[in-house]
Design a protein around this ligand. Structure first.
Ligand SMILES: *Cc1c(COP(=O)(O)O)cnc(C)c1O
Ligand SMILES: *[C@@H]1O[C@H](CO)[C@@H](O)[C@H](O)[C@H]1NC(C)=O
Ligand SMILES: *[C@@H]1O[C@H](CO)[C@@H](O)[C@H](O)[C@H]1NC(C)=O
Length: 404
């Protein structure tokens, strides 16, 4: 149990800083958990075969990789996409095989954090097709994030085509259908031109790198983890940059994150910076509270929370099954009324939260306890979104974008 928690802590740490986190082997986690209904449906990996019906994109999963052992860490692939903004316009994109980039020492991204990023996944379906999950949402969001730190707009179609093309060029690295893994796409936009006085750069670089990642919950959703309510630090100020996926937000979260882990809490929950009375979000994932008796899905309303696409998707699925979705202020004291609490984001989809602990100034501890095992609503929402991503149930909301 202890090692499971430790391993999950690493997983959470790496979920957004995948390429800087210490490497780990996530399949240790997977083997200790109980199988879920989705898992039982899957074929054993040894019987998996690459789809013979090769479409125009080529067959996913032909690279020589241990598909059942992938974690969430950097792995080399064939290429990344690169596009430069110069002389007031975007130049033609290109595929680059080297994972290194030559950047001016005065680049605004390096000095002033003029940078933002995205995270999305591509999944292989049983018919051999490869599908991006809601790339239009990431396109809109990178535009909003970029706008907040004065970077040029990437047209939505250009962004989606970039994602499409980089997946196509790396199709061999898309984990095969049935492995539960995905190709994680990490679009990154940053000021690459030099500026020393505070002004936006004149040159920008957009890249989309890809990494094959494993299924966190191969053995079924892992047991809930214990979270810590952070009082010594804030993630985002009320009119700051919390709602933008800018690089600097993540550096600010390192100390509180590592401190919480040292105390035995793999995940941190931040409160509103102004009053520390309202729930905002976890370090790198949104907060969802479930009230099963009243069939409610409750998520905070705040301008300093990053609008998660997973949260948006789960909200839609919750409404589909007749739940009421409330987006409103959540007082810390209200935590005691939730049956299930979920942290949600692209990397793991959902992390069930077992408890949340808060230490007051005098070292007094208050603890909010939720379900001991994975909650029924958490499991249902997770299964539904994963089944849509895998092409196993009807995609009624048109969330899958087929790579061509
Ligand atoms: C990226 C991110 C999330 C999760 O968003 P998804 O679109 O669901 O991946 C949540 N919180 C923060 C702070 C984030 O940066
Ligand atoms: C990009 O974001 C800005 C600021 O939010 C908005 O005004 C503009 O309409 C957006 N463009 C697209 C294509 O979404
Ligand atoms: C959940 O997602 C929606 C839609 O993206 C967002 O508007 C809302 O603020 C989110 N709630 C949070 C962060 O808890």
């Amino acid at each position: 149990m202890r090692s499971l928690t430790a391993a999950l802590a690493l997983l959470l740490a790496s979920s957004c800083q995948g390429f800087v986190a210490p490497s780990h082997n996530s399949h240790q986690i997977i083997t200790t958990t109980t199988p879920s209904s989705t898992q039982l449906k899957k074929q054993p990996l040894s019987r998996l075969s690459v789809a013979t019906d090769i479409n125009a994109v080529g067959a996913p999963g032909t690279a020589d990789l241990p598909w059942s052992e992938l974690g969430f860490e950097f792995r080399p692939t064939k290429s990344h996409l690169r596009m430069t903004y110069r002389d007031g316009k975007w130049q033609e994109p290109e595929m680059v095989e080297s994972p290194y980039i030559n950047v001016h020492i005065g680049a605004t991204a390096l000095h002033y954090g003029q940078a933002c990023f995205e995270g999305l996944k591509a999944f292989a379906h049983e018919d051999g097709s490869v599908n991006l999950f809601r790339p239009d949402e990431n396109a809109k969001r990178i535009n909003r994030s970029g706008h907040r730190v004065m970077m040029p707009e990437i047209p939505v179609e250009t962004f989606i085509k970039a994602c499409n093309d980089v997946v196509k060029d790396n199709v061999a690295y898309v984990p095969p259908y049935g492995s539960g893994g995905a190709l994680y796409l990490r679009p990154l936009l940053f000021g690459s031109g030099p500026r020393i006085g505070l002004q936006p750069a004149e040159e920008y670089t957009f890249i989309v790198m890809v990494i094959p990642v494993g299924d966190y919950y191969k053995g079924g959703l892992a047991a809930p983890v214990n979270g810590l309510i952070v009082d010594d630090y804030d993630r985002a100020a009320p009119k700051g940059v919390g709602a933008a996926k800018v690089a600097g937000n993540y550096a600010a979260d390192l100390i509180p994150n590592m401190a919480a882990k040292k105390k035995g809490f793999p995940i941190c929950l931040y409160l509103d910076a102004a009053t520390h009375t309202l729930v905002e979000e976890f370090s790198t994932s949104n907060f969802i509270g479930i009230d099963n008796e009243n069939k409610k899905y409750i998520t905070p309303k705040s301008d300093s929370v990053l609008p998660s696409i997973t949260n948006k998707s789960l909200q839609t699925l919750a409404k589909d099954e007749g739940m009421t979705v409330e987006q409103r202020d959540i007082e810390v004291a209200e935590l005691s009324t939730f049956d299930e609490v979920i942290a949600c984001g692209t990397a793991v989809v959902v992390t069930p939260i077992g408890s949340l602990t808060r230490f007051d100034g005098n070292g007094e501890e208050s603890k909010y306890q939720f379900t001991e095992d994975v909650g029924e609503t958490t499991r249902r929402l997770y299964d539904t979104v994963r089944n849509i991503q895998n092409g196993e149930i009807e995609d009624t909301h048109n969330w899958n974008y087929k790579v061509e």
